[in-house]
Write a protein that binds this ligand. Sequence first.
Ligand code: CUA
Length: 190
Amino acid sequence: MTPTDAGALHGSEAVAVEAERRWAIVVIAIISLLIATMVFTSLHWASMPPSRVETVDPRNLHVSGEFVESNLGTMLDADGKVVVRLIAQRYAFEPQCLVVPAGVPVTFRATSTDAVHGFVVDRTNANVMLIPGFIATFTATFDKSGERLMPCHEYCGTGHQAMWGRVQVIAADEFRAKARDGARVSCVPR
Ligand code: CUA
């Protein structure tokens, strides 16, 4: 082997090693970014899996208890807390249209009667899975008034893509006027 051949072999090996090193750096950077994103979102937005395990019998949701039809929608609790109760079932949310006040913490309590559904209000971090037998709860504050979409984001069957509702965020004063005397507020056309 001449010195030139040895040099060429050595050169191509060096190129391969260098390319592998670059790719290793890229992969480490991507993994680090993903981990940093997880840490940042969990600390900054306090996003976390639903912590409490609260169960409900999905077979008699419509018949008795918290999720009977007359109790669904948004209400002002006696202590001034705004609570939304809704159920998801193939292929609709009940109620289909929610009314919530702007700038006030709103607590959601929701469950599913049949399959696993997803609940998300667009352009917010109100995002949770609705699982039959479990009550999902979370609190969100909507900064601006206006209308938002509320699609199901968990594949739940053939009608999944048609399963969505709306959220109307209205001024807090207007909401309080509507929710007087324990009325359930919703924007479903009657
Ligand atoms: Cu409900 Cu997808």
